[in-house]
Design a protein around this ligand. Structure first.
Ligand code: F0G
Length: 454
């Protein structure tokens, strides 16, 4: 593998402080783990060698040159903050044109003042989820290292995004999904975009384990969030939130917790911006699990697992996972995107909680479905996992953890059409507080008029 020219400004570093091994960006380690100790890796920068703008608002100038695809991209517009590869390798399909919407109706629903709740619609990305932010970065790295074939495990959105980027940069891709565990919108995308789609009899955690084995054996490029280059792209959601808040930070960011890549990336973004003197304060982060897949909630809130300066108590994790195995546990939630019980970025997320003074909680499927209907009725809609943020915020308000006039950005990670089945079921079955079922009537104009006027 040829060494990267960017090696002097960016490098990979093991997150374990007792190891701290460093590697050049051109090195693809097995499963993107530290070859010395097996821990996760970060992408780090020698900031004094990077031409980072002096003020964040300087990035706003790129709007004027958006005929340049890298300036148009909501990821590469911020390229100095993820400067790990040369421009010639950078991949973009127009990701990151996402909007932050102030939504007072949602604010009212969660018990907050007008003007305090903002929804960051990452579902507006080309493949309909936030994953495109990460894939723009990961596929750029894949091109930089000359990868020809790639793979991922997925609850759906990763596979859709991988498939879309893979065909656009002519890299082969295989996606592993759990049979019956994926929303149909997402499955349809993987097939339509030409991925080799393999359904296995198992849940996401099993797919994740298998894909690492397969990538190891066949030398495929791994696109799950173990890949630290992917997480660099996911930092840009934060840059765009800040941009749309007039280059100021909110008090809180609320994000769903699945494999815990986003939460890890968001905290890294804030940490680096603070380090660079580009923001004064690091916002707090709230990570929301679904109650049926609540490993983070259980470990952090009940078993008191912490980052502990990088010396995470592995025994707590091992004990919990062996309990899950002993009772044959497989996670279940209507928010299939976050139906994960062994999140691969757990340790990075513990660090994120430390950096952002974070909180974790789990919400029920019922709370998720109602919150999703509220985002649908008063906003642009979102998929179930995304609505966990609004459900979570409502709880945080009722517990007094978030103040009624603090500014909160909820990251809506996926598009409502990703999972139409659940939406139709919610409304048709009249099961929720916001159900809006269709009314059946004879094909008769008077009866139709009577119904409209009722
Ligand atoms: N929201 C949506 C819509 C997702 O698709 C995912 C993850 C998450 C939230 C959780 O994000 O892993 O960064 O904590 N989906 C992955 C997939 C697992 O395969 O599509 P995370």
């Amino acid at each position: 593998m040829s060494p990267s020219k960017k090696r002097d400004t960016a490098f990979q570093k093991c997150i374990n402080p007792d190891c701290g091994a460093e590697f050049e960006c051109a090195l693809v380690t097995r499963g993107f783990k530290c070859p010395r100790c097996g821990e996760l890796l970060d992408v780090c920068y020698e900031w004094d060698k990077v031409a980072v703008p002096r003020r964040l608002c300087d990035f706003g100038r790129r709007w004027a040159s958006r005929d340049n695809p890298l300036d148009f991209s909501g990821v590469w517009r911020f390229r100095e903050l993820l400067d790990f590869c040369e421009d010639r390798y950078k991949v973009t399909i127009g990701e990151g044109q996402t909007i932050l919407q102030r939504n007072d109706a949602v604010a009212k629903y969660v018990g907050m003042r007008r003007g305090s709740v903002f929804l960051q619609y990452e579902g507006l990305n080309p493949s309909g989820s936030f994953k495109d932010n990460g894939m723009a970065a990961a596929f750029s790295h894949a091109k930089m290292v000359g990868a020809r074939s790639s793979a991922c495990a997925s609850t759906g959105n990763t596979s859709a995004s991988v498939a879309m980027y893979a065909h656009s940069c002519e890299i082969k891709c295989t996606v592993l999904i759990g049979s019956g565990r994926i929303a149909f919108g997402k499955l349809s995308q993987a097939m339509d975009y030409g991925a080799r789609t393999i359904q296995i009899d198992g849940d996401f955690d099993e797919c994740m384990r298998r894909v690492q084995e397969v990538c190891g054996k066949l030398g495929l490029y791994l696109l799950n969030s173990l890949n630290p280059f992917r997480l660099e792209g996911q930092k840009t959601t934060i840059f765009r939130i800040i941009e749309q808040m007039g280059w100021t930070v909110p008090e809180w960011v609320v994000v769903p917790g699945g494999n815990l890549g986003n939460s890890s990336a968001f905290a890294k973004a804030f940490y680096e911006l603070k380090q660079l003197g580009l923001i004064d304060q690091i916002p707090r982060i709230a990570i929301i699990n679904a109650a049926g897949a609540d490993t983070l909630n259980e470990l952090v809130n009940n078993r008191k697992l912490t980052w502990n300066e990088g010396r995470v108590d592995q025994a707590i994790i091992a004990e919990y996972y062996s309990e899950l195995t002993a009772r044959g546990f497989s996670p279940h939630t209507c928010a299939s995107a976050i139906e994960i019980s062994r999140p691969v970025n757990l340790k990075k997320c513990l660090r994120a909680i430390e950096v952002c003074n974070g909180v974790v909680l789990a919400v029920t499927d019922e709370e998720i479905c109602d919150a999703k209907a509220v985002v649908g009725r008063y906003g642009l809609g979102c998929e179930p996992a995304s609505a966990a943020t609004v459900a979570g915020l409502k709880r945080l308000r009722s517990q007094g953890i978030v103040g009624s006039d603090e500014r909160v950005a909820c990251v809506l990670t996926g598009h409502p059409l990703k999972d139409p089945d659940l939406t139709v079921k919610y409304h048709k079955d009249r099961g929720g507080s916001f159900s809006n079922p269709p009314v059946e009537v004879a094909n008769d104009v008077d009866q139709i008029i009577r119904l409209i006027q009722a």
